[in-house]
Design a protein around this ligand. Structure first.
Ligand SMILES: NC(=O)c1ccc[n+]([C@@H]2O[C@H](COP(=O)([O-])OP(=O)(O)OC[C@H]3O[C@@H](n4cnc5c(N)ncnc54)[C@H](O)[C@@H]3O)[C@@H](O)[C@H]2O)c1
Ligand SMILES: O=c1ccn([C@@H]2O[C@H](COP(=O)(O)OP(=O)(O)O[C@H]3O[C@H](CO)[C@H](O)[C@H](O)[C@H]3O)[C@@H](O)[C@H]2O)c(=O)[nH]1
Length: 344
Protein backbone atom coordinates (compact mmCIF):
# COMPACT_ATOMS: atom_id res chain seq x y z
CA UNK A 1 0.00 0.00 0.00
CA UNK A 2 1.32 3.45 -0.91
CA UNK A 3 0.60 7.07 -0.13
CA UNK A 4 -0.01 9.29 -3.17
CA UNK A 5 1.58 12.72 -2.73
CA UNK A 6 0.39 15.26 -5.29
CA UNK A 7 2.75 18.21 -5.72
CA UNK A 8 5.52 16.10 -4.16
CA UNK A 9 8.21 17.98 -6.11
CA UNK A 10 7.22 21.30 -4.54
CA UNK A 11 8.44 22.98 -1.39
CA UNK A 12 6.12 21.38 1.17
CA UNK A 13 5.40 18.17 -0.75
CA UNK A 14 9.10 17.30 -1.12
CA UNK A 15 9.53 17.50 2.67
CA UNK A 16 6.51 15.22 3.13
CA UNK A 17 7.96 12.65 0.73
CA UNK A 18 11.23 12.46 2.70
CA UNK A 19 9.33 12.14 5.96
CA UNK A 20 7.06 9.36 4.71
CA UNK A 21 10.06 7.45 3.38
CA UNK A 22 11.83 7.97 6.73
CA UNK A 23 8.84 6.27 8.34
CA UNK A 24 9.12 3.31 6.00
CA UNK A 25 6.09 4.18 3.87
CA UNK A 26 5.83 3.56 0.15
CA UNK A 27 5.37 6.83 -1.74
CA UNK A 28 4.01 7.69 -5.18
CA UNK A 29 4.37 11.28 -6.41
CA UNK A 30 2.49 13.06 -9.18
CA UNK A 31 3.71 16.52 -10.16
CA UNK A 32 3.61 18.56 -13.37
CA UNK A 33 6.81 20.42 -12.37
CA UNK A 34 5.50 23.93 -12.92
CA UNK A 35 7.02 25.21 -9.68
CA UNK A 36 8.54 22.01 -8.30
CA UNK A 37 11.73 20.16 -9.25
CA UNK A 38 12.30 16.54 -10.22
CA UNK A 39 15.55 16.51 -8.24
CA UNK A 40 13.69 17.50 -5.06
CA UNK A 41 11.75 14.22 -5.06
CA UNK A 42 13.55 11.69 -2.89
CA UNK A 43 14.97 8.94 -5.15
CA UNK A 44 13.02 6.14 -3.42
CA UNK A 45 9.63 7.62 -4.34
CA UNK A 46 7.90 6.53 -7.56
CA UNK A 47 7.38 9.57 -9.79
CA UNK A 48 4.70 10.38 -12.38
CA UNK A 49 5.17 13.55 -14.43
CA UNK A 50 1.78 15.07 -15.16
CA UNK A 51 -1.22 17.08 -14.15
CA UNK A 52 -3.74 16.12 -11.48
CA UNK A 53 -6.35 17.60 -13.83
CA UNK A 54 -5.64 14.70 -16.20
CA UNK A 55 -8.21 12.02 -15.28
CA UNK A 56 -6.55 9.40 -17.53
CA UNK A 57 -3.21 9.83 -15.77
CA UNK A 58 -4.89 9.55 -12.36
CA UNK A 59 -6.66 6.38 -13.47
CA UNK A 60 -3.32 4.94 -14.58
CA UNK A 61 -1.75 5.80 -11.20
CA UNK A 62 -4.59 4.12 -9.29
CA UNK A 63 -4.41 1.03 -11.52
CA UNK A 64 -0.63 0.71 -11.23
CA UNK A 65 -0.41 1.34 -7.46
CA UNK A 66 -2.38 0.37 -4.40
CA UNK A 67 -3.07 3.79 -2.92
CA UNK A 68 -4.31 3.83 0.67
CA UNK A 69 -4.29 7.61 1.19
CA UNK A 70 -3.75 10.83 -0.72
CA UNK A 71 -1.88 13.87 0.53
CA UNK A 72 -2.85 16.63 -1.87
CA UNK A 73 -0.34 19.51 -2.09
CA UNK A 74 -0.53 20.26 -5.83
CA UNK A 75 -1.88 23.73 -6.36
CA UNK A 76 -1.19 27.35 -7.20
CA UNK A 77 0.15 29.23 -4.22
CA UNK A 78 1.01 32.87 -4.75
CA UNK A 79 -1.67 35.24 -3.42
CA UNK A 80 -1.04 38.26 -5.73
CA UNK A 81 -1.02 35.94 -8.78
CA UNK A 82 -4.51 34.81 -7.78
CA UNK A 83 -5.68 38.41 -7.85
CA UNK A 84 -4.29 38.84 -11.38
CA UNK A 85 -5.48 35.48 -12.72
CA UNK A 86 -8.35 34.16 -10.60
CA UNK A 87 -9.59 31.66 -13.18
CA UNK A 88 -6.24 29.86 -13.20
CA UNK A 89 -6.54 29.48 -9.42
CA UNK A 90 -10.12 28.20 -9.59
CA UNK A 91 -8.96 25.78 -12.30
CA UNK A 92 -5.95 24.46 -10.44
CA UNK A 93 -7.03 24.65 -6.81
CA UNK A 94 -10.71 23.87 -7.21
CA UNK A 95 -11.50 22.17 -10.56
CA UNK A 96 -8.36 19.99 -10.54
CA UNK A 97 -9.03 19.03 -6.92
CA UNK A 98 -12.47 17.92 -8.08
CA UNK A 99 -10.88 15.70 -10.76
CA UNK A 100 -8.55 14.18 -8.16
CA UNK A 101 -11.39 13.61 -5.70
CA UNK A 102 -13.53 11.92 -8.35
CA UNK A 103 -10.62 9.59 -9.19
CA UNK A 104 -10.06 8.91 -5.47
CA UNK A 105 -13.71 7.99 -4.92
CA UNK A 106 -13.67 5.82 -8.04
CA UNK A 107 -10.53 4.02 -6.82
CA UNK A 108 -11.97 3.51 -3.32
CA UNK A 109 -9.37 5.65 -1.50
CA UNK A 110 -10.67 6.37 1.99
CA UNK A 111 -8.23 8.89 3.47
CA UNK A 112 -7.51 12.31 2.00
CA UNK A 113 -5.35 15.12 3.39
CA UNK A 114 -5.77 18.53 1.84
CA UNK A 115 -3.47 21.59 1.88
CA UNK A 116 -5.73 24.44 2.86
CA UNK A 117 -4.68 27.85 4.04
CA UNK A 118 -5.05 30.68 6.53
CA UNK A 119 -6.06 32.75 3.51
CA UNK A 120 -9.60 31.32 3.87
CA UNK A 121 -10.04 33.61 6.92
CA UNK A 122 -9.13 36.95 5.35
CA UNK A 123 -8.42 39.56 8.02
CA UNK A 124 -10.09 38.37 11.24
CA UNK A 125 -12.47 40.76 13.00
CA UNK A 126 -10.29 40.86 16.13
CA UNK A 127 -6.61 40.41 16.95
CA UNK A 128 -7.36 37.11 18.70
CA UNK A 129 -6.01 33.95 17.06
CA UNK A 130 -8.56 32.53 14.61
CA UNK A 131 -10.28 29.23 15.29
CA UNK A 132 -11.94 26.90 12.82
CA UNK A 133 -15.29 28.17 14.19
CA UNK A 134 -14.57 31.67 12.83
CA UNK A 135 -16.44 32.43 9.63
CA UNK A 136 -14.12 32.25 6.62
CA UNK A 137 -14.02 35.52 4.67
CA UNK A 138 -11.32 35.13 2.02
CA UNK A 139 -9.90 38.39 0.69
CA UNK A 140 -8.39 36.96 -2.47
CA UNK A 141 -9.21 34.31 -5.10
CA UNK A 142 -6.50 32.02 -3.70
CA UNK A 143 -8.33 31.79 -0.36
CA UNK A 144 -11.69 31.39 -2.10
CA UNK A 145 -10.38 28.62 -4.37
CA UNK A 146 -9.16 26.68 -1.33
CA UNK A 147 -12.36 27.27 0.64
CA UNK A 148 -14.41 25.96 -2.27
CA UNK A 149 -12.30 22.79 -2.25
CA UNK A 150 -12.87 22.37 1.49
CA UNK A 151 -16.63 22.57 0.89
CA UNK A 152 -16.37 20.07 -1.97
CA UNK A 153 -14.39 17.72 0.26
CA UNK A 154 -16.95 17.92 3.06
CA UNK A 155 -19.82 17.17 0.66
CA UNK A 156 -17.88 14.29 -0.91
CA UNK A 157 -17.06 12.83 2.49
CA UNK A 158 -20.77 12.92 3.43
CA UNK A 159 -21.75 11.08 0.24
CA UNK A 160 -18.93 8.51 -0.04
CA UNK A 161 -16.74 6.26 2.06
CA UNK A 162 -13.93 8.84 2.28
CA UNK A 163 -12.73 10.89 5.23
CA UNK A 164 -10.49 13.92 5.06
CA UNK A 165 -8.35 16.26 7.09
CA UNK A 166 -7.98 19.77 5.64
CA UNK A 167 -5.04 21.51 7.28
CA UNK A 168 -5.19 25.28 7.14
CA UNK A 169 -1.52 26.19 7.03
CA UNK A 170 -0.40 29.58 8.22
CA UNK A 171 2.89 30.88 6.78
CA UNK A 172 5.21 28.00 6.15
CA UNK A 173 8.97 28.59 6.11
CA UNK A 174 12.32 26.98 6.87
CA UNK A 175 13.89 23.75 5.68
CA UNK A 176 14.35 20.09 6.58
CA UNK A 177 16.38 20.02 9.83
CA UNK A 178 18.50 17.25 8.25
CA UNK A 179 19.34 19.56 5.35
CA UNK A 180 18.11 17.24 2.58
CA UNK A 181 15.60 19.64 1.08
CA UNK A 182 14.33 23.19 1.46
CA UNK A 183 12.47 25.90 -0.40
CA UNK A 184 13.97 26.28 -3.87
CA UNK A 185 11.10 28.08 -5.61
CA UNK A 186 12.18 30.20 -8.60
CA UNK A 187 11.23 33.90 -8.41
CA UNK A 188 10.01 33.33 -4.87
CA UNK A 189 7.55 35.76 -3.32
CA UNK A 190 7.37 34.42 0.24
CA UNK A 191 8.78 36.85 2.77
CA UNK A 192 11.34 34.68 4.59
CA UNK A 193 12.67 33.18 1.37
CA UNK A 194 12.98 36.59 -0.31
CA UNK A 195 14.66 38.07 2.77
CA UNK A 196 17.21 35.22 2.87
CA UNK A 197 17.98 35.68 -0.83
CA UNK A 198 18.50 39.39 -0.19
CA UNK A 199 20.76 38.76 2.81
CA UNK A 200 22.91 36.45 0.70
CA UNK A 201 23.23 39.01 -2.09
CA UNK A 202 20.98 37.20 -4.59
CA UNK A 203 18.66 40.21 -4.68
CA UNK A 204 19.58 43.86 -4.31
CA UNK A 205 16.72 44.81 -2.00
CA UNK A 206 13.51 43.62 -0.40
CA UNK A 207 10.19 45.44 -0.62
CA UNK A 208 7.98 45.91 2.44
CA UNK A 209 4.39 45.95 1.25
CA UNK A 210 2.32 48.41 3.28
CA UNK A 211 3.28 50.40 6.37
CA UNK A 212 -0.17 51.53 7.49
CA UNK A 213 -1.80 48.31 8.68
CA UNK A 214 -3.35 48.37 12.17
CA UNK A 215 -0.47 46.32 13.62
CA UNK A 216 2.31 47.14 16.13
CA UNK A 217 4.63 48.61 13.48
CA UNK A 218 2.23 49.11 10.55
CA UNK A 219 3.42 46.08 8.56
CA UNK A 220 1.50 42.82 7.95
CA UNK A 221 1.52 40.22 10.72
CA UNK A 222 1.64 36.47 10.08
CA UNK A 223 2.02 33.25 12.05
CA UNK A 224 5.21 31.68 10.61
CA UNK A 225 5.38 27.91 11.07
CA UNK A 226 8.44 25.69 10.64
CA UNK A 227 8.09 23.22 7.76
CA UNK A 228 9.13 20.31 10.01
CA UNK A 229 6.20 20.96 12.39
CA UNK A 230 3.81 21.32 9.46
CA UNK A 231 4.94 17.96 8.09
CA UNK A 232 4.43 16.39 11.53
CA UNK A 233 0.82 17.61 11.45
CA UNK A 234 0.34 15.69 8.18
CA UNK A 235 1.86 12.55 9.64
CA UNK A 236 -0.46 12.85 12.67
CA UNK A 237 -3.42 13.48 10.35
CA UNK A 238 -2.66 10.33 8.34
CA UNK A 239 -2.50 8.25 11.53
CA UNK A 240 -5.71 9.87 12.76
CA UNK A 241 -7.62 8.97 9.59
CA UNK A 242 -6.14 5.50 9.42
CA UNK A 243 -7.31 4.91 13.02
CA UNK A 244 -10.88 5.80 12.02
CA UNK A 245 -10.90 9.53 12.87
CA UNK A 246 -13.77 11.57 11.44
CA UNK A 247 -13.30 14.34 8.87
CA UNK A 248 -11.71 17.46 10.28
CA UNK A 249 -10.57 20.95 9.34
CA UNK A 250 -7.70 22.16 11.52
CA UNK A 251 -5.40 25.18 11.73
CA UNK A 252 -1.63 24.74 11.68
CA UNK A 253 0.21 27.67 13.22
CA UNK A 254 1.75 28.56 16.56
CA UNK A 255 -0.67 31.23 17.81
CA UNK A 256 1.70 34.20 17.70
CA UNK A 257 2.39 36.74 15.00
CA UNK A 258 5.45 38.48 13.61
CA UNK A 259 5.35 41.58 11.44
CA UNK A 260 7.29 41.96 8.21
CA UNK A 261 9.78 44.19 10.03
CA UNK A 262 10.17 41.65 12.88
CA UNK A 263 11.09 39.04 10.28
CA UNK A 264 13.53 41.32 8.46
CA UNK A 265 15.30 42.21 11.72
CA UNK A 266 15.66 38.50 12.52
CA UNK A 267 17.14 37.78 9.09
CA UNK A 268 19.58 40.69 9.50
CA UNK A 269 20.65 39.53 12.95
CA UNK A 270 21.11 35.86 12.00
CA UNK A 271 22.83 36.53 8.67
CA UNK A 272 24.90 39.41 9.97
CA UNK A 273 23.95 41.34 6.82
CA UNK A 274 21.93 44.58 6.78
CA UNK A 275 19.07 44.39 4.26
CA UNK A 276 18.38 47.05 1.69
CA UNK A 277 14.67 47.74 2.30
CA UNK A 278 12.27 49.52 -0.06
CA UNK A 279 8.97 50.63 1.48
CA UNK A 280 6.10 50.12 -1.01
CA UNK A 281 2.34 50.35 -1.00
CA UNK A 282 0.08 47.51 0.14
CA UNK A 283 0.10 44.37 -2.01
CA UNK A 284 -3.26 43.41 -3.52
CA UNK A 285 -5.14 40.72 -1.62
CA UNK A 286 -3.03 40.91 1.57
CA UNK A 287 -4.69 40.57 4.96
CA UNK A 288 -3.41 42.84 7.75
CA UNK A 289 -3.06 40.23 10.45
CA UNK A 290 -3.71 36.52 10.79
CA UNK A 291 -2.62 34.20 13.59
CA UNK A 292 -3.77 30.62 14.33
CA UNK A 293 -5.48 29.04 17.27
CA UNK A 294 -4.33 25.47 16.71
CA UNK A 295 -5.89 23.86 19.80
CA UNK A 296 -7.97 21.59 17.60
CA UNK A 297 -4.93 20.09 15.81
CA UNK A 298 -3.24 19.58 19.17
CA UNK A 299 -6.28 17.97 20.79
CA UNK A 300 -7.69 15.91 17.95
CA UNK A 301 -4.54 15.00 16.00
CA UNK A 302 -2.15 14.96 18.95
CA UNK A 303 0.01 17.49 17.11
CA UNK A 304 2.86 18.71 19.25
CA UNK A 305 5.06 21.27 17.49
CA UNK A 306 8.78 21.34 18.33
CA UNK A 307 10.21 24.24 16.34
CA UNK A 308 8.12 27.21 17.52
CA UNK A 309 10.95 29.71 17.29
CA UNK A 310 11.41 32.36 14.58
CA UNK A 311 15.21 32.14 14.94
CA UNK A 312 15.10 28.39 14.19
CA UNK A 313 12.85 28.93 11.19
CA UNK A 314 14.98 31.71 9.72
CA UNK A 315 18.29 29.99 10.43
CA UNK A 316 17.17 26.78 8.69
CA UNK A 317 15.96 28.85 5.71
CA UNK A 318 19.32 30.68 5.61
CA UNK A 319 21.28 27.43 5.81
CA UNK A 320 19.36 25.96 2.86
CA UNK A 321 19.71 29.16 0.85
CA UNK A 322 23.44 29.14 1.49
CA UNK A 323 23.71 25.50 0.36
CA UNK A 324 21.89 26.26 -2.88
CA UNK A 325 23.77 29.51 -3.54
CA UNK A 326 25.83 28.54 -6.55
CA UNK A 327 23.51 25.93 -7.99
CA UNK A 328 21.75 26.41 -11.30
CA UNK A 329 18.19 25.22 -10.58
CA UNK A 330 17.90 23.92 -14.14
CA UNK A 331 21.08 21.81 -13.94
CA UNK A 332 19.35 18.61 -12.92
CA UNK A 333 22.35 16.31 -12.71
CA UNK A 334 24.32 18.77 -10.54
CA UNK A 335 21.30 19.09 -8.28
CA UNK A 336 20.81 15.34 -8.05
CA UNK A 337 24.47 14.94 -7.04
CA UNK A 338 24.09 17.73 -4.48
CA UNK A 339 20.94 16.17 -2.99
CA UNK A 340 22.50 12.70 -2.92
CA UNK A 341 25.50 14.17 -1.07
CA UNK A 342 23.24 15.94 1.42
CA UNK A 343 21.18 12.81 2.03
CA UNK A 344 24.16 10.48 2.56
N1 LIG B 1 3.83 27.80 1.30
C1 LIG B 1 2.90 28.21 2.16
O1 LIG B 1 3.15 29.08 3.03
C2 LIG B 1 1.52 27.63 2.10
C3 LIG B 1 0.58 28.09 3.02
C4 LIG B 1 -0.70 27.55 2.99
C5 LIG B 1 -1.04 26.55 2.07
N2 LIG B 1 -0.12 26.12 1.17
C6 LIG B 1 -0.52 25.07 0.23
O2 LIG B 1 0.42 24.00 0.26
C7 LIG B 1 0.52 23.38 -1.01
C8 LIG B 1 1.98 23.27 -1.40
O3 LIG B 1 2.53 24.60 -1.45
P1 LIG B 1 4.09 24.85 -1.70
O4 LIG B 1 4.44 26.04 -0.93
O5 LIG B 1 4.85 23.59 -1.53
O6 LIG B 1 4.05 25.26 -3.23
P2 LIG B 1 4.96 24.78 -4.45
O7 LIG B 1 4.58 25.63 -5.60
O8 LIG B 1 6.39 24.69 -4.07
O9 LIG B 1 4.45 23.28 -4.69
C9 LIG B 1 3.32 22.96 -5.44
C10 LIG B 1 3.69 21.74 -6.31
O10 LIG B 1 2.53 21.31 -7.01
C11 LIG B 1 2.86 21.14 -8.40
N3 LIG B 1 1.61 21.37 -9.12
C12 LIG B 1 0.87 22.51 -9.16
N4 LIG B 1 -0.25 22.29 -9.87
C13 LIG B 1 -0.22 20.99 -10.28
C14 LIG B 1 -1.10 20.19 -11.04
N5 LIG B 1 -2.23 20.67 -11.54
N6 LIG B 1 -0.76 18.89 -11.26
C15 LIG B 1 0.41 18.38 -10.78
N7 LIG B 1 1.27 19.11 -10.05
C16 LIG B 1 0.95 20.39 -9.80
C17 LIG B 1 3.95 22.15 -8.68
O11 LIG B 1 4.75 21.80 -9.80
C18 LIG B 1 4.74 22.08 -7.37
O12 LIG B 1 5.72 21.06 -7.41
C19 LIG B 1 -0.33 24.24 -1.96
O13 LIG B 1 -1.56 23.61 -2.17
C20 LIG B 1 -0.50 25.53 -1.20
O14 LIG B 1 -1.70 26.19 -1.55
C21 LIG B 1 1.16 26.64 1.16
O1 LIG C 1 8.79 40.60 -0.53
C1 LIG C 1 7.87 40.58 0.32
C2 LIG C 1 7.06 39.44 0.53
C3 LIG C 1 6.04 39.52 1.46
N1 LIG C 1 5.83 40.64 2.18
C4 LIG C 1 4.78 40.68 3.21
O2 LIG C 1 5.02 39.58 4.08
C5 LIG C 1 3.80 39.02 4.55
C6 LIG C 1 3.75 37.55 4.19
O3 LIG C 1 3.67 37.44 2.78
P1 LIG C 1 4.01 36.06 2.01
O4 LIG C 1 3.98 36.35 0.55
O5 LIG C 1 5.24 35.45 2.57
O6 LIG C 1 2.81 35.11 2.43
P2 LIG C 1 1.22 35.34 2.34
O7 LIG C 1 0.75 35.64 3.74
O8 LIG C 1 0.84 36.28 1.27
O9 LIG C 1 0.73 33.93 1.87
C7 LIG C 1 1.30 32.69 2.34
O10 LIG C 1 0.63 32.26 3.46
C8 LIG C 1 -0.74 32.18 3.29
C9 LIG C 1 -1.29 31.71 4.61
O11 LIG C 1 -1.28 32.81 5.53
C10 LIG C 1 -1.09 31.31 2.09
O12 LIG C 1 -1.43 30.03 2.37
C11 LIG C 1 -0.17 31.36 0.90
O13 LIG C 1 -0.10 30.14 0.16
C12 LIG C 1 1.19 31.67 1.22
O14 LIG C 1 1.76 32.18 0.02
C13 LIG C 1 2.69 39.85 3.90
O15 LIG C 1 2.32 40.86 4.81
C14 LIG C 1 3.38 40.48 2.69
O16 LIG C 1 2.82 41.69 2.27
C15 LIG C 1 6.62 41.78 2.00
O17 LIG C 1 6.42 42.80 2.65
N2 LIG C 1 7.62 41.70 1.06
Amino acid sequence: MAILVTGGAGYIGSHMVWRLLDEGREVVVVDRLTTGFRWAVAPKAKFYLGDIGNADLLKQIFVENEIEAIVHFAGSVVVPESVRDPLEFYQNNTANTRTLLAAAVQAGVRAFIFSSTAAVYGTPSSLAPVTEMDTPRPENPYGSSKLMSEIMLADTARAHDLRFVALRYFNVAGADPEGRVGQSTRNATHLIKVACETALGQRNAIQVFGGDYPTHDGTGVRDYIHIADLISAHVEALGYLQNGGTSLIANCGYGRGFSVLDVLKTVERLSGKPLQVVHSGRRLGDAAYVVADSSLARERLGWSPRFDDLDLIVSSALTWQQKMMDVDLEDVSALQRRVAALAS
